[in-house]
Design a protein around this ligand. Structure first.
Ligand code: F6R
Length: 607
């Protein structure tokens, strides 16, 4: 989280830095700031809240200078106010940081004892003072930084400028991503290639432990032992063009509506619809040889992994373990040498997922990732990557990334099932036909938007909402609840429908809407019984089912939405959409910041 940009330019850099921060705002929007060197002295503008506030501040008091750094913050240490906003500075250095300095308390005590006065509550400011102490001891900027970096524990990406040095910027990466861009007599630093792409296409990704000295005409890179190293400079395919809302009120709504298109685009990467063939070349493991699959991800991507577990176990007959990355990475999981592990991530930068990937790599696993950002760290560190073609997802709540992840995982499950002989040709054809129809069925689901908007009125008045599902609808219940809570701030929980009677049913009364997700599948009657149990206790059920389901039980529910009747295999992809729309409309009714909900960020690069 937190976005970093740095520019050694030929002209005024402040407007370019602000533009780049717009492309980085998805990383955090608690505060933003810019520092430049004006006649050799450090000048800063910072503002609490969204980037627009900083733009106002800079318009009122413009910043001049040909070298500068900028930051958009997702607060870790210290409340999100102006004093805690980056860049942090002394009279000698200004610094921007993404990550967490875990030993900042002891360093803070040390620099304070040495006479430095800190003004913020952040872990970052201490680094500025530590470097300043070393500069005061007569060390060069390079030596002062190298000495300071060696003292830091935790994860960080840093960008640093020095008073009086228009030609020098120092960067460091440990844990948090950082890229260097090469221009013509100009140099750039950024949290990702997306931030740099409109400025230059020549990108170098720093590796873990690297630090770099940037001059107007290039960069020297050192590893964690301070030995000079060479890192590949590649041409990025990213354009970094700012994506618009296309006439929609929010990015989230636009992205929900894009799903028929992007699901089709993603399918096209793997399925030849005319010949009805499905191929996934370059798998890093032999699907016939695997004894188990491990799937790791966070948040919504984790729920995609949970759906995939049902598919792989039921259709491909492969045992699957799914875990959230933050738990998996620390539990010393046993992974037999040569096993297969799948990492799912929209951003490809999630710190916990990346750490789990590195753990799996150290355990000798074959690493496959499902990501939406092709040049992301997770993609670069995998043996093979299956791309979702969702396009840029700007709304913080993941929507089209989720359904396209499901599409990729469904394709992989079919290919695995076929390779292992778990399905015959007819089954394969049936499943593929069902998948090929998903874009059209998704478009039909969107026709229920108005109805879901009307249902959102009553849900918006609730304090708690429950989502129930069985089988592959259970992860959709979890995802529906996550969508609702993250953008409407209403407490919501997803439960396996069969678990209700083991505790949660105590919550049921007429004030708790219960969203039941029940496509007509082999578990429909079981979910129906659980729904009856809820209704018997006065629960107000919103029933998401299909034509046959609605006919059987629609009269019992307070409200029913009858979605298209599809093969149960693809139902989770389609049933995610009404859950997204319901959450969206509830949030709009409640007047929350739908695209940038409080306390969240799009890319979670701290653990
Ligand atoms: C919820 C949401 C998050 C992300 C999670 C993982 O709507 O977007 O739960 O799914 O932070 O992010 P990625 O997929 O980028 O690894």
């Amino acid at each position: 989280m937190c976005g970093i940009i740095g520019i050694i330019g030929k002209g005024e850099v402040s407007p370019l830095i602000v533009e780049a921060l717009k492309r980085l705002e998805y990383r955090g929007y608690d505060s933003a700031g810019v520092a430049t060197l004006d006649n050799g002295g450090i000048e800063r503008r910072r503002a609490q809240g969204k980037l627009d506030n900083l733009v106002g501040t800079i318009n009122a008091a413009p910043l001049s200078g040909t070298i500068g750094i900028g930051h958009t913050r997702w607060a870790t240490h210290g409340v999100p106010n102006e004093i805690n906003a980056h860049p942090h500075a002394t009279d000698k250095v200004a610094i921007v940081h993404n990550g967490i300095i875990e030993n900042f308390q002891s360093l803070r005590a040390e620099v304070t004892a040495a006479g430095r006065r800190l003004s913020s509550q952040t872990d970052t400011e201490v680094v500025a003072h530590l470097i300043t102490l070393y500069l005061d001891q007569g060390l060069s900027p390079q030596k002062a930084c190298a000495k300071a970096f060696a003292r830091l524990e935790g994860a960080f990406a840093l960008g640093i400028i020095f008073a009086g040095r228009h030609d020098l910027m120092i960067a460091a990466r440990r844990g948090s991503p950082l890229a260097i861009g090469f221009g013509d007599g100009e140099m750039f630093l950024g949290s990702d290639a997306l931030a740099l792409a409109p400025l230059t296409k020549k990108i170098m990704y720093l590796e873990d432990g690297d630090w770099a000295v940037l001059h107007p005409d290039g960069a020297e890179v050192f590893d964690e032992d301070n030995a000079p190293v060479t890192r590949e400079v590649r041409l990025t395919a990213l354009s970094g063009a700012t994506v618009g809302k296309g006439g929609y009120r929010h990015f989230m709504l636009k992205e929900i509506y894009e799903q028929p298109q992007v699901i089709g685009d993603t399918l096209q990467g793997y399925i030849n619809a005319a010949e009805r063939t499905l191929t996934i070349p370059g798998l890093p493991f032999d699907p016939t040889a695997i004894s188990k699959l491990t799937i790791i991800a966070c948040g919504t991507s984790y729920y995609a992994g949970l759906v995939a577990k049902y598919w792989f176990e039921k259709v491909a007959r492969v045992p699957v373990e799914v875990d959230v990355a933050s738990e998996f990475r620390y539990r010393g999981a046993l992974m037999p040498e040569g096993g297969a592990a799948i990492f799912i991530s929209q951003s490809g930068e999630t710190a916990d997922t990346l750490a789990a990937l590195r753990y799996a790599r150290a355990q000798g696993q074959h690493i496959l990732s499902v990501v939406n950002v092709p040049e992301s760290t997770i993609a670069r560190e995998s043996d093979a990557t299956l791309l979702t073609r969702a396009g840029p997802e700007v709304g913080v709540a993941s929507t089209k990334a989720f359904t396209t992840q499901l599409v990729v995982l469904a394709c992989l499950a079919i290919v695995t099932a076929k390779a292992r002989g778990a399905i015959d040709h007819d089954d394969e054809a049936r499943l593929m036909n069902a998948l090929v129809e998903v874009p059209a069925r998704a478009a039909e689901v969107l026709n229920h938007d108005e109805r879901l908007r009307a249902l959102a009125e009553s849900v918006s008045e609730a304090r708690d909402v429950l989502y129930l599902g069985r089988g592959s609808s259970y992860p959709i219940a979890l995802e529906g609840a996550l969508k609702l809570k993250e953008i409407s701030y209403i407490h919501a929980e997803g439960y396996a429908a069969g678990e209700m009677k083991h505790g949660p049913i105590a919550l049921i009364d007429e004030s708790v809407p219960v969203i039941v997700i029940a496509p007509s599948d082999d578990l429909f009657d079981k979910t129906a019984s659980n729904m009856q149990e809820v209704i018997a206790r006065g629960g107000r059920v919103i029933f998401l089912s299909d034509g046959p389901g609605a006919q059987k039980l629609g009269d019992l529910a307070a409200a029913t939405v009858a979605l298209p009747h599809v093969d149960p295999f693809v139902a989770p992809i389609l049933y995610a959409i009404p859950a997204q729309l319901l959450a969206y409309h509830v949030a709009v009714i409640k007047g929350t910041d739908v695209d940038q909900p409080r306390n969240l960020a799009k890319s979670v690069t701290v653990e």
